[in-house]
Design a protein around this ligand. Structure first.
Ligand SMILES: [Zn+2]
Length: 284
């Protein structure tokens, strides 16, 4: 492998490293893509253990990852205001980061296959794009601080986070994700999900949280606050706790938390769901 190839492999590895978000085992992640927000299923190495891993969108303007613990504040309206403020404040940073990203990809191609003649020109152009991204990063921070004085709930990003990210042209591509993560970390991700996802996509998350609260399985939430959120979204709480559709005459019971269905009846039949920490099965 030549020096240039090794350098390019290192840059690509660094970029992927920057794009990986680790979450505690009880956190959830949402990713903003070209077609709006989505809940992302994190990659867990071992069930029930952390940290879980989520890959951000590789193209920076599309990637806006938020993550949250289950158990933060369940304030949907506040989450909506904060997400809006974040999306607005980081717009120029995301544009500048995308241009820098394209410049890095083009620059890498240039170094690998282009002529040495224009190397200096390519490096100077990349430097200029980097400076633009730094300026956009500082501007995004200024806007977030300003938003914080208007919307008291938007936490201003720290200088330490900002400076560390600005020092590397690769880290700067993820600065907006970092700002978002920090600014929302005290909220329950359910509140964020309820603020940005369509109701149909929030429903399964809310259903599981409510089932956990009702059956006392590894829960940090009160049944009443989850039911209040459901009502706020126009969902009847009773509907969320309804039995799943029976998968056939052999299905006799189901787990109210993960909705797995169990066959078999009488002696020796399973009465608890092991994967949900021993929650009692309910009969159809
Ligand atoms: Zn279960």
């Amino acid at each position: 492998m030549s020096d240039v190839e090794l350098f390019l492999v290192l840059i690509a590895a660094l970029f992927i490293y920057e794009s990986v978000v680790t979450l505690p085992k009880d956190a959830l992640a949402l990713r903003r893509g070209a077609f709006g927000w989505r809940y992302v299923e994190p990659l867990v190495l071992r069930a029930g253990a952390g940290p879980a891993v989520v890959l951000a969108m590789l193209v920076p303007p599309l990637g806006l990852v938020v993550s949250g613990r289950r158990g933060g504040r369940l304030a949907r309206a506040e989450a909506a205001v904060r997400v809006q403020a974040l999306v607005r404040a980081t717009r120029s940073l995301r544009v500048a980061a995308s241009v820098l990203w394209l410049g890095l990809v083009a620059g890498a191609g240039w170094l690998a296959f282009g002529s040495a003649e224009h190397e200096t020109l390519a490096l100077v152009s990349l430097g200029a794009l980097w400076v633009l991204a730094v300026l956009a990063g500082l501007e995004a921070r200024r806007r977030l601080v300003a938003a914080g004085s208007l919307v008291r709930t938007v936490a201003p990003p720290s200088w330490r986070d900002t400076i560390v990210a600005l020092l590397s042209p690769i880290s700067i591509l993820r600065l907006h994700d970092l700002y978002t993560k920090r600014a929302l970390e005290d909220l329950d991700v359910l509140a964020i999900a309820a603020a940005v996802l369509p109701v149909e996509r929030v429903r399964p998350l809310l259903r599981e949280a409510l089932a956990r609260a009702v059956h006392g399985v590894e829960t940090v939430r009160e049944r009443a606050e989850l039911e209040a959120l459901a009502v706020e979204l126009g969902i009847a709480p009773g509907e969320l706790l309804a039995a799943p559709e029976r998968e056939g005459a052999h299905a006799h019971a189901y787990c109210p938390v993960c909705l797995a269905q169990y066959m078999g009846e009488g002696e020796g039949a399973q009465s608890v769901c092991e994967s949900c920490g021993g929650v009692a099965l309910l009969r159809f």
